[in-house]
Ligand binder design. Structure first.
Ligand SMILES: *[C@@H]1O[C@H](CO)[C@@H](O)[C@H](O)[C@H]1NC(C)=O
Ligand SMILES: *[C@@H]1O[C@H](CO)[C@@H](O)[C@H](O)[C@H]1NC(C)=O
Ligand SMILES: *[C@@H]1O[C@H](CO)[C@@H](O)[C@H](O)[C@H]1NC(C)=O
Ligand SMILES: [Zn+2]
Ligand SMILES: [Zn+2]
Length: 573
């Protein structure tokens, strides 16, 4: 692979689930349902054998041939409407896939086909990542060479480069959120933290924005109790709960609307025995499905999450992604699965972009954890589990652990069972009431950027009585002012001295978010007390981190950072 190509991958980041799922679902579907496709696959296998014998003579493809082919493709007109684009995409990938197994003679044609698909795919970065994993190396290399040649001119390439370098925070958060993301102070690694600032003036008490969670879960002890809606986390009046006939988690819902959304977004994939694919796509799969296996996988997973929130958050997040992707493949499918709109309309940033840039630290994870989820996925839609690698799972879990908010309304509750885990292992969410008073946890795209302060300028509120987060200004805010909230209970309890209260809140921040608070209040208070006691906090300023790609972008290293290899450029020019 040329150095330019590897640069593209570093910039683009690690695995991206969305495209992968679409791809996996599509191929799985074709493999199972399309006799013609299956026959071709078998025939291709035979051909490969034959082709391999004359493989020796056909060495690498010549640069001038690549160039000529590329020029030809650039002349081709692209389909205009969405439907035609999709058909064109599928046709091209399909052809590329078949050609690439027919020996080196067909490598250039195969690469061209994959390249055509790239030109119409809404997120080329993701598709390149998929190609890297699925397309044989020699063909992949030709595709990359073509990209390199094409990079300066074509519009999708411009979009691709722009996406990889700048522009994200111009469209995220969407204007209507009334806030923007800016650079704040640096963490231990010298990477600046992103902060939220207001985009206009607000008075104390004003609602700055309202935000729906990407995913939310009830606290485990409330799940199955029948008192709260499993989807929106609302408290349900006695006797008003809607109870699905079959539900592994004994979920109840406050409304038909919540029940349907939960079902579409993840419940049917994770906790039901309903066939997962819609009937249009499902011919033949239902019969093969092993309900016993599925039930067992779900049971084990349900058992595992009895005392934990984050694994279910992650599972629901995966479920919602799969649902979003699946619905794209089925014409006329409902949009109930789609994630809330958090970037300006018209920008092509997706859920992966929103997750990629979030801060995190790595919590402990049990070995079996990923397998439990993978088994659930595999038993619902064989092949799907391959999209969730351990690395990917850990990353998602880390981000949810770091960024989740506690959903707490009406002053919170007192009846949450005390955790038996060691303090450093307990799940913590951002909430000034304390995680012990919340009814559930939510993961929010925009609010994840809210930084902590022990003298915050805003507070989160769930005054709607659901997981909808309202951000309320504490004090008058002028356009450009940073918005902060407190992640922990910053009040002084009756039983505490001021020093004890300060120590408790700072220790909570260390345990939950791995940073030594340097807010104005802490700095002020610490000046007047002995600094020695602070050493025991055991962290070095801010040990949270961002992914390598985001780190590089934050440092302003523009694409392409590495020098383009002289050899590949001259060869191609
Ligand atoms: C942004 O503020 C305006 C009023 O200032 C409000 O109508 C709007 O709902 C706010 N945006 C969100 C996402 O809440
Ligand atoms: C799970 O929580 C319950 C209380 O809700 C407790 O009795 C039980 O010991 C916990 N189990 C584990 C494995 O921590
Ligand atoms: C709570 O929020 C939802 C969604 O934004 C809205 O439909 C509902 O009317 C709100 N309920 C109350 C009591 O404000
Ligand atoms: Zn509800
Ligand atoms: Zn502080």
């Amino acid at each position: 692979m040329s150095s330019r190509a590897s640069t593209i991958f570093t910039v683009a980041g690690v695995t991206v689930l969305g495209g992968l799922v679409a791809y996996a679902v599509y191929f799985d579907y074709r493999r199972r349902n399309d006799n013609e496709f299956r026959r071709k696959l078998r025939k291709d296998k035979k051909k490969v054998k034959a082709a391999q014998s004359d493989a020796v003579q056909a060495s690498a493809v010549k640069p001038e041939d690549i160039r000529a082919a590329l020029l030809k493709v650039r002349e081709e007109e692209l389909p205009e409407n969405q439907e035609e684009k999709e058909a064109y995409f599928l046709k091209s990938v399909d052809l590329g896939e078949r050609l690439c197994h027919q020996g080196p003679t067909f490598h250039l044609d195969s690469a061209l086909s994959f390249y055509r698909a790239l030109r119409v795919y809404p997120s080329p970065v993701e598709l390149v990542m998929i190609y890297q994993k699925t397309v044989p190396e020699p063909v992949f290399k030709i595709v990359m060479d073509m990209m390199q040649l094409d990079c300066d001119v074509s519009t999708w390439a411009e979009k691709f480069v722009r996406r990889a370098t700048l522009g994200y925070y111009d469209v995220f958060p969407a204007k209507h959120f009334n806030v923007s993301v800016q650079d704040g102070s640096a963490d231990t690694r010298g990477v600046k933290r992103k902060i939220l600032v207001v985009a206009k003036d607000f008075e104390a008490g004003d609602v700055i924005y309202k935000e729906e969670p990407l995913v939310a879960v009830l606290d485990p002890d409330l799940q199955g109790k029948g008192t709260h809606c499993s989807y929106c986390l609302r408290h349900i009046q006695k006797g008003m709960a809607i109870k699905p006939e079959v539900d592994r988690l004994d979920s109840v819902y406050c409304s038909k609307d919540c029940q349907l959304k939960a079902k579409v977004q993840s419940q049917s994939l994770l906790f039901s025995l309903d066939p997962y694919l819609p009937p249009e796509m499902d011919s033949g799969i239902v019969g093969e499905q092993n309900n016993e296996k599925r039930e067992q996988a779900q049971q084990k997973f349900a058992e595992f999450i009895k005392n934990k929130s984050t694994p279910l958050l992650v599972a629901r997040f995966v479920g919602r992604q799969v649902a979003t992707e699946t619905s794209k493949l089925v014409p006329g499918q409902s949009v109930l699965a789609d994630f809330p709109q958090v970037a300006d309309k018209g920008s092509d940033y997706g859920i992966y972009d929103h997750i990629e840039r979030l801060r995190f630290w790595e919590p402990s994870i049990e070995d079996s954890e990923v397998d439990l989820l993978r088994d659930v996925l595999a038993s619902a839609l064989p092949g799907l589990e391959t999209s969730v690698t351990t690395e990917q799972y850990v990353l998602w879990k880390s981000k949810m652990t770091y960024n989740a908010f506690g959903v707490c309304y009406g002053g919170g509750r007192d009846d949450k069972p005390v955790s038996t885990d060691r303090p450093e292992d307990q799940e913590r969410t951002r909430t000034p009431y304390g995680t012990s008073r919340q009814v559930g946890s939510g993961f929010y795209a925009v609010s994840s950027y809210l930084q902590h302060s022990c003298a915050p300028t805003a507070r989160t509120s769930f005054s709607n009585g659901t997981s909808e987060l309202h951000l309320i200004a504490f004090a008058p805010l002028k356009k450009g002012d940073e918005i902060t909230v407190s992640y922990v209970d910053i009040t002084q309890h009756a039983s505490e001295t001021p020093e004890e209260a300060r120590r408790r809140r700072r220790m909570e921040l260390v345990r939950g978010w791995k940073f030594k608070c340097e807010c104005t209040r802490c700095l002020e208070e610490l000046q007047t007390s002995e600094v020695a006691a602070e050493l025991e906090l055991g962290v070095d300023r801010d040990e949270s981190k961002v992914e390598r790609t985001a780190e590089r972008l934050a440092r302003g290293e523009a694409f392409p950072a590495a020098p383009v290899s002289a050899e590949s450029v001259t060869a191609l020019d």
